[in-house]
Design a protein around this ligand. Structure first.
Ligand SMILES: [Cu+2]
Length: 251
């Protein structure tokens, strides 16, 4: 009771103060102005309303923008704010009614999808797709924007399944920042030694080559590559038998 009285007194005294009322009015005015400028970017969508014949449950199906309500059906109006977002992303934003949708980085999601569509660089497209998928799955923006987030690891077998002394596959392409994992498959011991005359200039041959050999089947060794270019490598014990391969790193 005492608390209620205090609250009432506070309410009365604040509305009695002229300058506070004035600032409230001004705040309302600004909010209306913002709404007005957004209004130009708001388009109207229709949701087709259908009632399930058995359960009687009402379901809404979004219609494409500009589609009229089919005759004999009822539709609900829905407005979508499309400011700066592509139609696909605005539609997703309007239809994803989950807690994630409230916190999602829609602008970044949109920018990444645009890059997937517009870029002619395979690695840039792949990374943008991975970032967009991450954002849609609720991964933080700071995490998806780390270079390592979209990086992949490709596998190369050392020794074919039939025992042939080759790297399988003998040629692979990766994006810079990706890794390669060599797995000792058959006919070991094997290793990976880069040809110092056939790697991009400035890359230290020793630091990207194996110093030892893999003896046990299933043993593996991984390395990541940051500098674009062609890298030739071979297996030291089987170089004479033609066990050599190529790695292409693209920017
Ligand atoms: Cu070998």
């Amino acid at each position: 009771m005492l608390f209620k009285s205090i609250a009432l007194v506070t309410l009365l005294s604040s509305s009695a103060l002229g300058h506070e009322s004035h600032s409230n009015l001004r705040a309302t005015g600004e909010a209306e102005l913002e709404n007005a400028s957004e209004f130009a970017e708001v388009i109207e969508h229709l949701d087709l309303e259908l009632v399930h014949p058995q359960t009687g449950e009402r379901e809404l199906f979004p219609l494409l923008p500009g589609t009229k309500c089919p005759t004999g059906h009822s539709c609900k109006t829905r407005t979508v704010n499309t400011s700066g977002l592509s139609p696909l992303v605005s539609a997703l934003k309007a239809n994803m009614r989950t807690p994630l949708a409230l916190n999602m980085e829609w602008k970044e999601f949109d920018a990444n999808l645009n890059q997937v569509v517009k870029s002619d660089d395979r690695c840039a497209r792949r990374d943008a797709m991975a970032r967009a998928a991450g954002l849609a799955a609720g991964v933080l923006l700071t995490t998806v924007n780390k270079p390592a987030y979209a990086a992949e690891t490709k596998i190369v077998k050392m020794g074919a399944d039939n025992g042939q002394l080759i790297f399988d596959p003998a040629k692979i392409s990766i994006c810079k920042g990706d890794s390669v994992k060599w797995i000792n498959n058959k006919g070991g011991p094997h290793n990976v030694v880069f040809d110092e005359d056939a790697i991009p200039s400035g890359v230290d041959q020793e630091s990207i080559s194996m110093s030892e050999q893999l003896g046990e089947e299933g043993d593996s060794w991984s390395m990541s590559f940051d500098k674009p270019g062609d890298y030739d490598y071979y297996c030291e014990p089987h170089r004479g038998a033609g066990m050599q391969a190529k790695l292409v790193v693209t920017g």
